[in-house]
Design a binder for this molecule. Structure first.
Ligand code: ADP
Ligand code: ASP
Ligand code: MG
Length: 451
């Protein structure tokens, strides 16, 4: 068995779904389970509906819902067999419209937002299953929500591994064994009580990996709009090159620090069984893609000791200066307890003798965090920063990489520097506006001027 996950641009319209059908047909012998994201842009539109509801604007709400319905319906009509999906999709949207109308003028609760955000994957999976059936493939639409059992942290729910394994065994494996091709949803799940949840933005990759580990699959394919994991985001570095291979560890670091091509948690469920992830381009299915596995030899990309460079904007740096921390114990623990209490994730940490700098992405609970940290020392907050991460197993063994990095970064100012414990990444903070230029200069330094 294999898992084939198709991201938003790979199901964006009828032409994309047509390519998906061909790709899956070519893999029938591998007994695929198909996981899909919402049509490109649909999750954003659904989340906008929450804002329109709160703003109490019924006309705008109806217009946005009608546009969603039209998009799905016209896509369905362009696909042979697609019309069989229309009724169920429109029913879902109508029910959603009724619920939102009742909520007009108020802010939706987190559970309501998750139920709304998940409609995109329900719709796209119905379209894909219908298109596959229309093309003569034995597809079966499968609702992932009773399978992907999660906790109730809406918006970033955590799957319950044991429940998932049992339900995959009971619900998906028999379909594959019977020669069916299950078509299911990424991104969404439900609590044990059946309340819909989501795994966080970009979470369909994580779904694919979780299902891949539970089946177990012999590989997890992530079909997207680029040829694989690249030496940098091609939107920032047009000459970025595609990697043939990377390790789980490298992929996880790159994803954590902004390489959107994979959700940061994708590798996690697959590490133990060593199941490879293959990142592939649905527009060019003949390209070999990137294989991510337990280890990967470094390729010869110029003379580069590194694999790739990623960056993430919208970062806030918090610096806590406390002369008293010198020679005292318990300071770091007290500091981290503040972050833990408010459930704020820290990305990068660097500490000196009397000060600690760290970065956070989620600003929603910053105010109480800063207030409480103020009891421990003098706090400085710097906004609109970016993290840049230079990643590669070659960093472990190659002397002089740090000086090459800092030469390339100039004239931008580097603020917080940290080397991951695994020594395969070097991360630092720059001003957000400097981010793209820094990534381009680093790419030219390590992968040659054509980048
Ligand atoms: P999907 O909708 O298929 O999940 P995403 O938009 O989430 O696709 O991710 C694919 C995008 O990730 C690419 O279009 C590319 O711009 C971006 N990206 C960022 N960093 C990298 C990288 N290192 N390698 C490849 N793509 C990257
Ligand atoms: N549709 C969801 C999102 O846009 C999940 C995904 O695409 O992975 O975040
Ligand atoms: Mg994605």
């Amino acid at each position: 068995m294999i898992v084939c996950k198709f991201g938003g641009t790979s199901v964006a319209d009828a032409a994309a779904i047509g390519r998906l059908v061909d790709i899956v047909r070519g893999r029938r012998a591998d007994r695929p389970v198909v996981v899909v994201s919402a049509l490109a842009g649909v999750t954003d539109t659904l989340l906008d509906l929450a804002s329109l509801t709160q703003a109490g604007d019924p006309a705008a709400l109806h217009a946005a819902l009608a546009a969603l319905a039209r998009r799905h319906e016209s896509t369905a009509r362009e696909l042979p067999g697609g019309e069989t999906a229309i009724e169920a999709i429109l029913d879902d949207l109508r029910a959603c419209g009724v619920a939102l109308e009742r909520a007009l003028g108020r802010r939706l609760g987190p559970a309501e937002v998750d139920a709304l955000a998940g409609l995109g994957e329900l719709g796209s999976s119905r379209l894909v299953a219908a298109a596959m059936q229309g093309a003569g493939l034995p597809a079966t639409w499968a609702d992932v929500r009773p399978i992907m059992v999660t906790d109730d942290r809406f918006g970033r729910a955590t799957p319950v591994a044991a429940a998932l394994a049992a339900r995959v065994r009971d619900c998906l494996v028999p379909l594959c064994k019977a020669g069916r091709i299950p078509v299911t949803q990424g991104f969404i799940g439900a609590t044990p009580g059946g309340v819909p949840t989501t795994l966080g933005r970009g979470g369909s990759d994580f779904t694919a990996a979780l299902l891949g580990a539970a089946l177990p699959a012999s590989r997890v394919e992530i079909w997207t709009d680029v040829n694989g994991l690249m030496t940098a985001d091609p939107r920032i570095v047009p000459g970025a090159r595609t990697l043939r291979a990377a390790s789980y560890e490298e992929a996880a670091e790159l994803a954590t620090f902004g390489a959107k091509v994979l959700h940061p948690a994708t590798a996690m469920p697959l590490v133990r069984a060593g199941i490879p992830i293959v990142v592939l381009n649905s527009h060019r299915p003949g390209e070999p893609g990137t294989t991510i596995g337990p280890s990967a030899a470094l390729e010869r990309l110029g003379d580069s000791p590194i694999r790739s460079i990623s960056w993430k904007r919208g970062i806030t740096v918090i610096n806590v200066r406390a002369p008293r921390m010198l020679g005292t114990y318990g300071f770091l623990r007290a500091m981290f307890e503040v972050f833990e209490r408010h459930e704020v994730v820290v990305d990068v940490l660097a500490s000196g003798e009397v000060s600690v700098s760290l970065t956070v992405e989620d600003r929603s609970r910053l105010e109480p965090v800063v207030r409480e940290l103020g009891e421990l020392g003098e706090v400085r907050v710097e906004e609109r920063r970016a993290i840049v991460a230079v990643v590669g197993i070659g960093l472990r063994h190659t002397p002089g990489v740090a000086s090459r990095i800092f030469r390339a970064v100039q004239p931008a100012n580097v603020e917080v520097i940290s080397q991951g414990a695994s020594a395969i990444n070097m991360t630092f903070v720059v001003r957000e506006d400097d981010g793209p230029g820094v990534v381009q200069r680093l790419h030219a330094e390590f992968f040659g001027p054509c980048g």
